[in-house]
Every structure is written in C-alpha cells, then in structure tokens.
Unconditional design. Structure first.
Length: 87
C-alpha cells in the first residue's frame, strides 16, 4: 500500500474513507495469516491511531530515504506491518 494510505488521508471525508479502506483490507485478508504492509511518510504519532488495535497488531519500522540531490536530507519513510488478529 505504498502511497495508497497517504492518498486516502489527503482526500475529503478522511475518517470515513480510512475506516472503509481498513475494513475492506481486513475483510479480504486471510483470517489466520493476514498481513498488510503500508509504507508512509506519516510518522507513528499520526498514523497508528488509524489502525484499530482490536483488529490489527501493528509493528513500525523507520527507513531513511536515499539521499537524492536537491531533496531535503533526513526525511524518512515509515513501514507499518499490520497483522490481522483472529476474529
């Protein structure tokens, strides 16, 4: 979901759309082994609240962006590994 989650967060009716996206992902993932990977610019303080702790277990990793001439140094991506909890 590289960029998809961030794009949904930038749209109108953000809360409703994020909830819909997360519900659909939860619905289609295998009930015993479902894993979703989200790569985002959003830091954990902003993103973790979007993942329902009752339905998902989240692990967060920080990855430094490669240095590209002309871009800000020190920007990071955040990788969220979401494990679907068994119902």
């Amino acid at each position: 979901c590289k960029g998809t989650f961030d794009a949904v967060l930038c749209s109108a009716s953000t809360a409703d759309r994020v909830e819909f996206m997360m519900n659909e992902c939860h619905r289609v993932l295998d009930s015993h082994h479902g894993v979703m990977v989200i790569v985002s610019y959003g830091n954990p303080e902003e993103r973790l609240s979007c993942f329902d702790n009752i339905r998902w277990e989240a692990k967060t990793y920080t990855v430094s962006k490669p240095i590209v001439p002309g871009e800000k140094i020190g920007e990071e991506h955040y990788v969220y590994i979401l494990f679907k909890k068994q119902s």
